[in-house]
Ligand binder design. Structure first.
Ligand SMILES: Cc1cc2nc3c(=O)[nH]c(=O)nc-3n(C[C@H](O)[C@H](O)[C@H](O)COP(=O)(O)OP(=O)(O)OC[C@H]3O[C@@H](n4cnc5c(N)ncnc54)[C@H](O)[C@@H]3O)c2cc1C
Length: 316
């Protein structure tokens, strides 16, 4: 294991630590540093970020931050934030044709509640899907750690019975993912392919970045050759180039797939992709629960960690 793998593992471990979380969240400057990746806490901040992206022909998918809740009130609050957000997007004329869609984490909607957590999260997701349909937009179900993959895909199947446009997410670090891509590469199926952001055991996930990348390409080949709608979520220049080549090979029109990146990461490249006529969607997280999200971004790239630490050091 090299130094960057060690840093990655430590940061992913810290993303679950309550004590470190409290210390970092209370540091007075944290919020200003976080703003590069999270545009704000309020619905209005998310809507403003979508409007800003629209000005450069970029699309958006918006995530109300929060995960792993075991508190029903919190799960209900998260659902309500999404309902408010979808109304605000529609009022601002930013939701039509999927321009501003939303991304959901089932664990934020109650999946881990004791007893009937699965059903509660699914019911909340269903209400959000109905609100998205009313606003003329779509929903994607984020994928979390591997212990939830089967349950999330099951919820996806149930939601798609009424809302066939609900998007799935496949993580190329999981060894099972080629099979899942085959199952999902059918007409009308929106599938986001990403590398995967959680710390996963060797029994289920590729550990080296070379293996994760190779599996990404294998999954991409299946999705691009299929009849669905691939969503290529990566900042990796090599994978972006391969996606373009595969799309051309399969004679895909520019509106039959899209690229996706995270808010604040490679913004110039995002604009370049949109300018050349491809669809570019930016994942915008907003809300107060930014800790876990930010730690995962730092784990991915030492430069992001340095950016954060420099911000803390220079302003304290
Ligand atoms: C839209 C979107 C949705 C996602 N949804 C999920 C999800 O539901 N579940 C999940 O587990 N994960 C999700 N992820 C996270 C994903 O799994 C990865 O953890 C994350 O995208 C980093 O992987 P990468 O493909 O960008 O490659 P990395 O291996 O992190 O980076 C590859 C290369 O990209 C370039 N690069 C990366 N960051 C920068 C930067 N800041 N500046 C310049 N160049 C950079 C560098 O050349 C780097 O070598 C999502 C990611 C995106 C973009």
């Amino acid at each position: 294991m090299d130094a960057s793998d060690l840093l990655r593992n430590s940061l992913l471990q810290l993303s679950k630590s309550g004590t470190v979380r409290q210390t970092i969240e209370k540091a007075p400057v944290s919020r200003s540093v976080v703003r590069r990746f999270v545009p704000g806490d309020a619905t209005a901040d998310a809507v403003a970020a979508v409007a800003e992206l629209r000005a450069t022909n970029r699309l958006a998918t918006i995530d109300y931050l929060g995960e792993d809740t075991t508190d029903l009130t919190q799960a209900i609050r998260t659902r309500d934030h999404y309902l408010e957000l979808l109304k605000a997007l529609a009022d601002a004329d930013l939701s039509q044709h999927g321009m501003g869609e939303v991304s959901l984490k089932l664990s934020a909607l109650g999946q881990y509640l004791p007893g009937d957590g699965h059903k509660i999260a699914l019911d909340h997701a269903r209400e959000i899907c109905q609100a998205a349909a009313n606003a003329g937009t779509t929903v994607t179900l984020d994928m979390e750690d591997h212990t939830t993959t089967d349950a999330t895909l099951e919820s996806l199947r149930e939601l798609r019975q009424d809302f066939p446009w609900v998007g799935a997410v496949i993580q190329s670090y999981l060894k099972r993912s080629e099979g899942d891509c085959r199952d999902l590469a059918h007409e009308g199926s929106r599938v986001r392919l990403c590398k995967g952001a959680y710390k996963e055991p060797e029994s289920v996930a590729h550990q080296s970045s070379a293996d994760v990348d190779q599996n990404y390409v294998r999954c991409l080949k299946i999705l691009m050759a299929g009849d669905g709608y691939p969503m290529v979520a990566s900042h990796d220049p090599r994978l972006i180039e391969i996606a373009g080549a595969l799309a051309a090979h399969h004679h895909r029109d520019a509106d039959s797939f899209e690229y996706q990146m995270l808010y604040g990461i490679r913004p110039e490249e995002q604009k370049r992709i949109a300018d050349r006529g491809n669809q570019m969607r930016v994942y915008i997280p907003y809300g107060e629960e930014w800790y876990g999200y930010l730690m995962r971004r730092m784990a991915e790239r030492p430069a992001n960690t340095m950016f954060f630490l420099r911000g803390l050091a220079s302003k304290n």
